[in-house]
Design a protein around this ligand. Structure first.
Ligand code: HEC
Length: 158
């Protein structure tokens, strides 16, 4: 009887822990929206006023960001995460660095649970698809459309 009670309370503990850690695909979707990841990594998201096209979600973009660092393309995150296990992604999420304008320093501030939820959300999106175009070095003309990411002087001050 005593053993049964202990077992029952342990099961109860396990269930409440599962609920309390809050890690889920839905939470990952929420984090991806609040974190602004779709703004750059999902084609068409920003101009549509925040509509996530399930086909393009976090598959990256072929429109580059060109600045003094060269031209970078928002990566296909489905592909990046397809190459990693969940624990590996938690370590990566706290330490990775990229060229601009990726706000990698913001991702470092996510909790382990938030990174796990984000990972599970990205994994739920399905077929990874094609990689984004490769990085182009400074001063080299890209062959894709790009956004010039440099301060411009207003016309009247030139
Ligand atoms: C302002 C645009 C922008 C936003 C917002 C943004 N990213 Fe990025 N991200 C990029 C670009 C551009 C790259 C490629 C950088 C490079 O080539 O060095 C990138 C690269 C990455 C990489 C590296 C992937 C790899 O395979 O090398 C990860 C991981 C990543 N982003 C995750 C995120 C997450 C998570 C969010 C939301 C919290 C986010 N990004 C928001 C533009 C953005």
């Amino acid at each position: 009887m005593h053993r049964l009670a202990v077992a029952a309370s342990l099961i109860g503990l396990a269930v409440s822990n599962a609920a309390a850690d809050g890690v889920s695909v839905e939470e990952g979707l929420r984090i991806s929206i609040v974190g602004g990841c779709h703004d750059c990594h999902t084609d068409g998201y920003a101009v549509s006023g925040g509509r996530i096209d399930p086909e393009n979600a976090l598959r990256g973009s072929a429109i580059g960001f060109r600045g003094p660092w060269g031209t970078t393309y928002p990566s296909n995150l489905r592909l990046t995460l397809a190459k990693m296990g969940e624990d590996e992604f938690v370590g990566y999420g706290h330490t990775f660095k990229t060229r601009p304008p990726m706000p990698w320093f913001g991702v470092h501030g996510m909790t382990d649970g938030e990174l796990r939820s984000f990972y599970r959300y990205v994994k739920s999106l399905g077929e990874p698809g094609m990689p984004a175009p490769a990085y182009v070095g400074p001063g080299v003309e890209p062959i894709t459309p790009y956004i010039a990411f440099e301060p411009q002087m207003p016309a009247q001050s030139q």
